[in-house]
Design a protein around this ligand. Structure first.
Ligand code: ZN
Ligand code: ZN
Length: 259
């Protein structure tokens, strides 16, 4: 059994924890170290029990807790080579780094994690496929579009953590500069509610147990809009067994279990 808990998720900060077969890892650490420690404690975990932190990319809302977090405990970071050079100076000397590239597969105990490129305005952003005992969890955030490669890698997932960043109408009426609106909605920006639904449509199979919506924009989306769009999609697909979750922006999403 694999478990996922989301400590925080929105354009303001992202961190998740995944546990399976005695291995515990995190994806991103974009909230304060204090909030990470508190969230882990709520999961009955501590930083010293995390075997690896896999980073998606260098944006503040995905890495900002790392510097302070590294002062008390040795961290094992897995990320692109660009991020290694960016981060090293701000981290305690005993922090370990492992460089990933597109297709890299890391084995931590009984859990394997495969990195794959996504489209985002960052140096080399990754999504992850996390596998344990024949179960697959796809992790896709901060991607302006879904490439054929992303689609291929996520086929057959039992659970999917998926960015559902913005509602196009709310983004259009947000009062933001046209250039920023173009960046967010462009191919190197973020996934809209509709794009998230389209991806689930393409990944639909009866074994899909959980869809977790994340990285909602506090200004350009609401949990109600994101979940109602996705629930309609799941209903249309006849996936009545699939549980839909929306990661709260400021609080922890309790463990979901992938069997
Ligand atoms: Zn982000
Ligand atoms: Zn980003």
């Amino acid at each position: 059994m694999m478990r996922l808990s989301v400590l925080a998720s929105s354009s303001r900060g992202n961190a998740s924890v995944i546990s399976a077969g005695g291995t515990t890892l995190m994806v991103d650490a974009g909230i304060s170290a204090a909030r990470i420690r508190k969230g882990l404690a709520e999961c009955d975990l501590s930083v010293s029990g995390i075997q690896g932190i896999f980073l998606t990319h260098e944006h503040h809302d995905h890495i900002c807790g790392l510097g302070v977090l590294s002062k008390k405990d040795p961290l094992h970071l897995y990320c692109s080579r660009y991020l290694v050079s960016d981060l090293r100076a701000g981290m305690a000397a005993y922090t370990s780094f492992t460089c990933l590239e597109h297709g890299s597969c890391v084995q931590l105990g009984d859990v394997s994690v495969t990195a794959f490129n996504v489209r985002h305005d960052a140096y080399e952003p990754f999504g992850y496929l996390i596998e344990h005992a024949g179960r697959k969890l796809g992790y896709l955030t901060d991607s302006g579009t879904v490439t054929p490669d992303i689609l291929r890698r996520l086929q057959g997932v039992d659970a999917l953590y998926l960015e559902s960043n913005y509602d196009p109408e709310m983004l259009e009426n947000s009062g933001r500069a046209p250039a920023l609106i173009d960046r967010i909605s462009g191919d190197w920006g973020h996934l809209s509610n509709g794009q998230a639904c389209e991806l689930v449509r393409q990944l639909a199979h009866t074994g899909l147990q959980h869809v977790v919506l994340g990285h909602l924009s506090p200004e350009c989306n609401t949990p109600r809009l994101a979940t109602s769009a996705m629930q309609n999609t799941l209903d249309e697909l006849g996936l009545s067994e699939c549980r839909l979750h929306c990661a709260p922006m400021a609080n922890r999403l309790p463990w979901i279990e992938i069997h």
